[in-house]
Design a protein around this ligand. Structure first.
Ligand code: NAI
Length: 293
């Protein structure tokens, strides 16, 4: 394989984008981290720094490793700064039209051999690939949240993805020290096809008054041995992302069992998106999260 990935561009410096930048830089890749506004880029860089400080304190690597990783990351609000990257990972919001627009903007100035990847949780890889100038060099590389801690990456080939792209993506994930699982290109792939209906059901359980936020989360933590309750997990993922995934499942599989819970819709309409807006099923403004229902 002649082409080698040495640099990675990431679009979106939110919770996933900054996590991907973090693990790429630690693995020795040169990283360009892009977001719409410089303040969001700075906030992503600050999160990476804080997370690395914690990892150094835990003895996972040295202060020198941290410093050299941080110097490998360049933050920018200019998409043209992504021109020279070998792999471009899109990690912007879970909206198909936003993702299409991003690829339409960046493709004209990328090298023809640059691999395109999306971190989408649910949207068709084949459809996104077809909207670009290089569907054969397009692949789904779906990281889990929080990226620095979670071991799994789902790899999703579109119908046109060529073998070289797939092999390069496998090498990339392996060099990050992560494990990949290969999923076919169906709505929400594997992890979210299974996880999100459970979260949506937990929200219905709350909506129908079967239990309180605290009761539902305690029930699943202690009754099903989940490390985190489903409502806490929903807040952690982001309620906008949860809703988008349920909508993709509902539309893509045309089955009423995937209908997003009206309470989830209402929370997103209110701008209560979970931890990232300080309020979701829990209120995060105090020292400890407080259940809201
Ligand atoms: P987020 O809301 O934390 O971050 C999204 C970022 O993208 C924001 O900073 C926003 O300013 C930026 N953005 C939006 N449009 C942009 C554009 N045109 N150019 C550059 N930046 C742009 O969202 P999060 O959670 O990081 O999700 C990002 C993607 O990762 C979504 O596709 C989501 O489905 C996927 N994902 C999310 C997971 C989660 O647990 N939250 C897990 C795995 C994948």
């Amino acid at each position: 394989m002649a082409f080698e990935i040495k640099s990675v561009g990431i679009i979106g410096a939110g919770q996933m984008g900054n996590g991907i930048a973090h693990v790429c830089a630690l693995a020795g890749y040169d990283v360009v981290l892009n977001d719409l506004e410089i303040d969001r880029v700075k906030s992503g860089l600050a999160t990476i720094n804080g997370n690395m400080v914690r990892q150094v304190a835990k003895g996972l690597y040295s202060e020198d490793d941290k410093q050299s990783a941080l110097t490998r990351i360049r933050g920018t609000d200019q998409t043209t700064d992504l021109a020279d990257v070998d792999l471009l990972i899109e990690a912007a919001v879970e909206k198909e039209e936003v993702k299409r627009k991003i690829f339409a903007t960046v493709c004209p100035f990328l090298k023809p051999e640059t691999i395109l990847a999306t971190n989408t949780s649910s949207i068709s890889i084949t459809r996104l690939a077809a909207s670009t100038d290089r569907p054969e060099r397009f692949i789904g590389i779906h990281f889990m949240n929080p990226v620095p801690l979670m071991q799994l990456v789902e790899l999703v080939r579109g119908i046109a993805t060529e073998d070289e792209t797939f092999e390069l993506a496998k090498l990339f994930v392996t060099r990050l020290g992560k494990t990949y699982a290969v999923a076919e290109d169906f709505p929400a792939f594997m992890v979210n096809r299974i996880l999100l209906p459970m979260i949506n059901e937990a929200i219905y359980t709350l909506y129908e008054g079967v239990g309180s936020v605290d009761a539902i989360d305690t029930a699943m933590r202690l009754g099903a041995n989940h490390p985190m309750g489903p409502l806490q997990l929903a807040d952690f993922i982001g309620l906008d992302t949860c809703l988008s995934i349920m909508q993709v499942l509902h539309e893509g599989l045309a089955d009423s069992k995937y209908r997003p819970c009206p309470l989830l819709v209402k929370y997103v309409e209110a701008g209560w998106l979970g931890r990232k807006t300080q309020r979701g099923f829990y209120d995060y403004r105090g020292e400890k999260p407080v259940p809201t229902r």
